[in-house]
Design a protein around this ligand. Structure first.
Ligand code: SOE
Length: 409
């Protein structure tokens, strides 16, 4: 049957900023947690930053007609579709933004690139290395035709992590010795929390590893400026059966129905890694860190200094400059809210601070610039593939009781 085309007339009337700029018309697949975050990013980017093209929220897509119509209305999308193929076929869509669970990333991204659209895809890029390889190949071919592809590792766009990258690239830490990263959440501590899609391998690909580990692997490689060469890993599933979910999930909250099902992903992943430069890295990704809500923590130690960051205090970056006289050297807090800091010249006066949602605004800003300038955006699908290879090596190593597993190039 022909897909249902849904009218959303009120949203279409929302005036867009920067009307003198050529539009970049977005079509988004998915409208849940990430869909809402990305909508906010697209809606806000042109209102805060002076962009070369004007993001237009052209159409949003989801399978449930009522829910997608409501999402279009709430988030300001001009039209709604119930079939992603129909969204991709629209000639008023220039860029397809994929905010679905990982099992559909490859199919949608490959179709969108083949149809001549730019693509933004949520992390992790795919559920398997084979899918990610196909996506990276398609992105290379699309680039030859002037189409771009980016993966949504949004934590590169926290001003403090972008500043950390700048400081590492400037050589302030000298040779890196340690990259220590963890991503700690606790929304699975309760064994009565239901078996949502994030706990099913066929939908999510993996558990904490792909969901949280993917972020910290990307950040570690981005900050160090080089890929990981190999890993040794342990993974564990602490609660193996959970109640079946009943009704829709909202963010990370969900309700239970009768019956139970088997958890088919990891609950936690711990691994060490080695960079070709000789630096050592450690990683911990878990949803069982009782009391830790969204604690992505990192510390870099180099011969001339160290940097430390915690996402739960995301306006702060801690810096120890080891070249200062020992008597008064020590970690000091940089409040990353100055106009000289990444992204901050467009935001609030010093000290007023940003939050989680702003990473999606910055992501939209960076992609609009890349499209307008015909420049390959970062993180690219090749970067997403590299992360996928690390995740696969972690799983392989964990299956072999932590045997060191090189990462295939
Ligand atoms: C849930 O663990 C989640 O929403 C992840 O899926 C996101 O990628 C992370 O940024 C926040 O936590």
């Amino acid at each position: 049957p022909a897909p249902e085309r849904l009218a959303v007339p009120e949203a279409a009337a929302v005036p867009e900023p920067g009307t003198d700029k050529p539009p970049l018309r977005i079509g988004m697949v998915g409208y849940a947690f990430m869909g809402a975050a990305h909508s906010q990013g697209w809606r806000t980017a042109g209102r805060v930053f002076d962009l070369p093209r004007r993001p237009v929220l052209a159409a949003i897509c989801g399978r449930d007609a009522d829910a997608v119509r409501a999402a279009a209305d709430r988030h300001g999308w001009a039209a709604a579709e119930t079939d992603w193929r129909a969204l991709i076929a629209r000639d008023d869509v220039d860029l397809v933004d994929i905010c679905t669970p990982g099992d559909s990333h490859a199919e949608i991204a490959l179709a969108a690139l083949a149809a001549g659209k730019h693509v933004l895809c949520e992390k992790p890029l795919a559920n398997t290395v084979v899918e990610a390889e196909a996506m990276a190949r398609a992105a290379d071919a699309a680039y030859e035709r002037g189409r771009l592809a980016m993966v949504g590792f949004n934590y590169r766009r926290v001003p403090a992590t972008a500043l950390a990258r700048r400081m590492v690239a400037e050589g302030r830490l000298g040779t890196l010795r340690h990259v220590r990263v963890s991503y700690l959440q606790d929304w699975l501590v309760d064994p009565a929390f239901p078996l949502t899609w994030r706990l099913r391998k066929e939908l999510a690909g993996s558990g904490s590893l792909g969901d949280l580990g993917a972020h910290i692997v990307d950040l570690a490689q981005y900050l160090a400026g080089e890929p990981l060469a190999g890993v040794s890993a342990l993974t564990e599933t602490f609660v193996r059966r959970r109640p079946l979910p009943g009704g829709p999930t909202s963010g990370l909250a969900a309700v239970s129905a009768d019956g139970t099902g088997t958890v088919t992903v990891d609950d936690a992943a711990l691994f060490t890694g080695r960079f070709a430069s000789g630096a050592l890295a450690s990683f911990e990704a878990t949803r069982y860190a009782t009391g830790r809500k969204n604690a992505l923590r990192l510390e870099l130690n180099g011969e001339h200094g160290s940097l430390a960051f915690d996402l739960e205090r995301l306006n702060e970056l801690w810096y120890h400059d080891a070249t200062e006289p020992r008597a008064h050297a020590g970690f000091r807090r940089i409040l990353v809210t100055e106009p000289e800091h990444p992204y901050l010249d467009a935001w609030w006066p010093p000290g007023h601070g940003l939050g989680y949602e702003h990473t999606f605004v910055h992501q939209a800003r960076d992609l609009v610039h890349a499209v307008a300038e015909g420049r390959r955006p970062e993180p690219s699908f090749a970067d997403g593939l590299q992360v996928q290879r690390v995740l696969a090596a972690v799983e392989e190593s964990a299956e072999k009781n932590s045997v060191y597993t090189p990462i295939a190039a």
